[in-house]
Design a protein around this ligand. Sequence first.
Ligand code: NAD
Length: 484
Amino acid sequence: MDALKDKRLFRQQCLIAGEWWDSASGARVAVTDPATQAVIGSVPDVSGAETRGAIEAASTAFASWRERTHAERAALLETWHDLMLEHVEDLARMLTLERGKPLAESRAEIRYGASFVKWFAEEARRIGGTTIPSPTRDRRIVVLKEPVGVSAIITPWNFPNAMITRKVAPALAAGCTVVVKPSEFTPFSALALGVLAERAGIPAGVINIVTGMPAEIGAELMANETVRKISFTGSTRVGALLMRGAADSIKRLSLELGGNAPFIVFDDADIDLAVEGAIASKFRNGGQTCVCANRILVQAGVYETFAEKLAARVSAMKIGPGTEPGVEIGPMINAAAIEKIERHVSDALAKGARVLSARPAMPGGGQYAAPVVLGGATTGMLLASEETFGPVAPLFRFETEAEAIAIANGTPFGLAAYFYTESLKRSWRVAEALEFGMVGLNTGAISTEVAPFGGVKQSGLGREGAQCGIEEYLEMKSFHIGGL
Ligand code: NAD
């Protein structure tokens, strides 16, 4: 963190009620740079009782935050947004140090993260209600929108900035206050957002950030009746656990969970466009994104050409620390990630897949996984049914459109899907047949603050971003006025 221009952005304490705290026990969790495995700092390992303190702080702040006008809340969010952009270099560097992604990707994430703050600052002004035609002449009915209340925000390590702003910005815009629990692997990006929120003038207690190991913090967030909403991004396993834990106090839930995205290339596709789309969708963040292409389905007529072009691109990729210029793939987050990738590749090879790409030059040390294109993938392989979350591109050959759709939908997940075709009729047919929350046609890029983001089936509940994203933090109250 020595290279930061503004060293005060690097905080190693948690934020509760506008104060920076260590845990009473003194317990801390070390954070490492995945490129070197060197410890870059540590954060307090917060207890259940301390989490309760953060919830109480959010509850106290809620009383006055909800009373602010939408314009006042929007103005504070706008300032927070501007500060993020002002500090994009420092925030990106910090993000690369704890997550490992190339600096260019980290900068893009900070801008993407900030875009949600701007968007929801604008949406804050547009929270309206409705007037319902009354069934009788002496009554009127209106629907009011009110903030849900204290919201728990639990986020993963793969987008340490944007997954927080995508939730906190609509929560604050709606008038909710939050307790944020970032991933224990990437707490510094979250804490830096807390520093900037303070500087923006967002009042004490509106954003609280608790750090540390998840079990005790999660148990309190689930059980505490003051928490009215949990918004979670992460694995389906933990999402299900939170859903069960939230049941006793009937909390509102938003769940952005795992995916198993198909990426389908039809015979009539623009192959060069499809190769570039596959590179963007598959290898961004080293293949560690929820919307990553996990299964690349290629129609028989273009299979060889596509495979050859993709393999050539992948063989020439530059692997290394995210801070090094020109690096396309940084380190994986931890040893468990490497183990899963290796397990998927060896299972595929044992079941008949072939390596089509050359192994690019690999850096020494660090937690790196070589990017690889595998030919001859089949549905019985582990990488067909589980998210690999790494730079592995398995190619499945198919003959007919119906076969591709059956393979694509043959998963309990339904987050993102992509397909490439130049046919207008096929475009609509396939888009409507895919059982996914987001579909990209002739593009590998589907994430933007202006469109709903979220999944169906076991990929989650609710949508983030877009006009609907703020509804996740609003309750409807129907108000009946009689005797008129
Ligand atoms: P994870 O589920 O292990 O952890 C996510 C968060 O949950 C972390 O903050 C973690 O500390 C916390 N957590 C873990 N156990 C908990 C518990 N018992 N109680 C409360 N919190 C707990 O996921 P991850 O490895 O950090 O992230 C990768 C996963 O996230 C992948 O499956 C990926 O697809 C998914 N993801 C989904 C989206 C989306 O928008 N759908 C976006 C990014 C990542």
